[in-house]
Design a protein around this ligand. Structure first.
Ligand code: ADP
Ligand code: MG
Length: 411
């Protein structure tokens, strides 16, 4: 998991964990090193050993200074890497300096290394876990080779066991955090929808009444003098367009009750194609449909699914300013789900925009509303289906919809 994707609450928690790590690590590490230094100097009473030991202790404070500096600068996430890398470096050099060509028997392992293992799952970061695990095991293995010592075998075995435990805990944390993040995102989306919904329902209601009188009067005018009103079709078309935008907005306000009935996907698609045919011809777009028949009826709300395919086919047509081909594939998967793919040869969607798809009002079109995909998403979710969008800029987009053929009844 990458730090950037964590929600603010989790970032705050990680910050707390890092601060705890910073001080706990130093408390343990420093007391251990001071104790070790004192015991070494009292046993060997070697002047050189004392001076390098003191220098080492002072040097050990460098990562602490950096750690505090980065936390203050608002980038605490880098601290854990500073620690592990400086620890590995310092310990490696220190061990070589102490034991290389010396008669002192090599003893390895350090309580702070266990601390690294304990903290590695807390940061819920696989990269960091691997740095700690491979770093510490690798260090022991290299030291063992250089110093020709078999003493490293024990810590290596212990570290492999610790790695396994830490990894299991990390995976559990990870799935827990993923669930939390999804729930958090869904909640945020719902809140947003609720606000928009209330606004939309209010505004929509107000707009609908004058709109229907406008349409009524336009029709009346047309009936009275059918020949003089050349703008009549455009007026009606535009009024219908406003109406469909208002409908989209109102759908978000209070999603309609779904009426599940058995309906034929072929008919639904044929209906949407008949509506979009004119627009497609105008754009020089050819639509090809492939059905892997015979297809069973799907339990769905036909009216709403028409809305779904209307939105998706319109988007596909609108993506091809220069014309092109749309392929619609329908097939059954595992005799339980209907799979429908709509593939265009249009402009494609930039990676940076993929995440915004389905956000209310996200549009890249001059006269787009940015509501189509959102309503589509909602309807498919209400049908217990799912929607995936794959796109390559300049090549095209494929929208994959999968729907259960039968709805599960909740007892
Ligand atoms: P609108 O069509 O009103 O812009 P939508 O919610 O239908 O709103 O689509 C949102 C955005 O997603 C579009 O503006 C467009 O940038 C992108 N998009 C959707 N479908 C496609 C597609 N088939 N090809 C390229 N871009 C698409
Ligand atoms: Mg659209």
């Amino acid at each position: 998991m990458n730090e950037g994707s964590l929600n603010p609450k989790l970032r705050f928690e990680e910050r707390k964990a890092i601060i705890l790590f910073l001080w706990l690590f130093y408390l343990v590490y420093y007391s251990f090193e001071v104790f070790y230094f004192l015991s070494k100097t009292t046993i060997y009473k070697d002047k050189e050993l004392i001076s390098t030991g003191v220098a080492g202790l002072v040097f050990l404070l460098v990562p602490l200074v950096f750690g505090v500096y980065f936390i203050k600068k608002g980038n605490p996430f880098i601290v854990k890497y500073i620690y592990i890398f400086s620890y590995l470096g310092i310990d490696f050099v220190d061990t070589i300096m102490t034991y290389w060509g010396s008669k002192i028997p090599y003893t390895s392992g350090n309580i702070v290394e266990v601390l690294f293992y304990l903290f590695s799952p807390i940061f819920i970061n696989k990269k960091y876990f691997w740095v700690v695990s491979l770093g510490l095991i690798g260090k022991e293995a290299i030291l063992g080779l250089i110093l020709q010592s078999m003493h490293v075998l024990m810590p290596i075995v212990i570290y492999i066991i610790l790695s396994l435990i830490a990894y299991t805990v990390l995976i559990r944390f990870n799935s827990y955090v993923n669930t939390l993040t999804t729930v958090y995102e869904e909640l945020r989306q719902k809140e947003k929808l609720a606000v928009i919904g209330q606004m939309a329902a209010g505004i929509g209601h107000e707009i609908r009444n004058p709109l229907s009188s406008l349409k009524g009067f336009a029709q009346l005018q047309h009936e009275r003098s059918p020949r003089t009103n050349e703008f009549y079709p455009i007026m009606i078309q535009e009024i219908d367009r406003i109406n469909s935008i208002v409908n989209d907005l109102m759908y978000l306000g209070k999603p309609k009750e779904i009426k599940f009935e058995k309906a034929s996907i072929e008919e639904i698609i044929a209906y949407t194609l008949s509506i979009t045919q004119q627009q497609a011809e105008l754009h020089g777009v050819k639509i090809e449909t492939f059905m892997e028949g015979p297809l069973p009826p799907v339990e769905c709300d036909g009216k709403q699914l028409k809305q779904v395919f209307l939105n998706l086919i319109k988007n596909a047509i609108e993506s091809m300013a220069e014309g092109g081909r749309i392929k619609i594939n329908v097939k059954i998967v595992e005799s339980q789900r209907m799979f429908i793919s709509i593939q265009d040869e249009g402009c494609g969607i930039a990676d940076s925009n993929i995440l915004n798809l389905g956000e209310p009002f996200f549009t890249t079109k001059k006269d787009g509303t940015g509501l189509g995909l959102m309503v589509t998403n909602q309807i498919i979710k209400d049908h217990n289906g799912n929607l995936k969008i794959e796109s390559k800029i300049g090549v095209g987009t494929e929208v994959k919809v999968s729907l259960p053929i039968m709805q599960k009844r909740i007892q």
